[in-house]
Design a binder for this molecule. Structure first.
Ligand code: HEM
Length: 73
C-alpha cells in the first residue's frame, strides 16, 4: 500500500514537472520565434530571413512536434 501511494505521488510530481517544462519551452518558442513583425517566422514568410534564421526557426518548430499544449484554465 505504502509503495503504491509512493509510486502515485512520484508519478504526479514528475507529470507536473514535465508539464511545467513544456510550458516554458512553448512560451520561449512563441516569443523568440513567432511573435512580432521582425520575428524569424515573419522574416521567413517575407523572404527576408538569413539561412541561419530559417534553420533556427525550423529547429524551433520541430521542437514543438509532440509537445502537448497546456490545458486552458
Ligand atoms: C506556426 C504555428 C504557431 C504560431 C505562428 C504561433 C504563434 C503564437 C504567438 C504569436 C503567440 C503569442 C506570444 C506572446 O504574446 O508572447 C503564441 C502563444 C502561445 N502559443 Fe503559439 N503559435 C504556433 C503554434 C503553437 C503550438 C503548436 C502550440 C502548442 C504546442 C502553441 C501554444 C501556444 C501557447 C501555450 C501560447 C501562450 C504562451 C505564453 O504566452 O506563455 N502554439 N503563439
Amino acid at each position: 500500500m505504502r509503495v503504491t501511494l509512493c509510486f502515485i505521488g512520484l508519478s504526479l510530481a514528475i507529470g507536473s514537472m514535465s508539464a511545467f517544462a513544456n510550458e516554458k519551452v512553448i512560451s520561449t518558442i512563441m516569443k523568440n520565434g513567432f511573435k512580432g513583425d521582425d520575428s524569424p517566422l515573419a522574416k521567413v514568410l517575407d523572404g527576408e530571413a538569413s539561412e541561419k534564421e530559417a534553420k533556427d526557426l525550423a529547429k524551433m518548430m520541430h521542437q514543438l512536434d509532440g509537445i502537448e499544449a497546456p490545458k486552458g484554465d
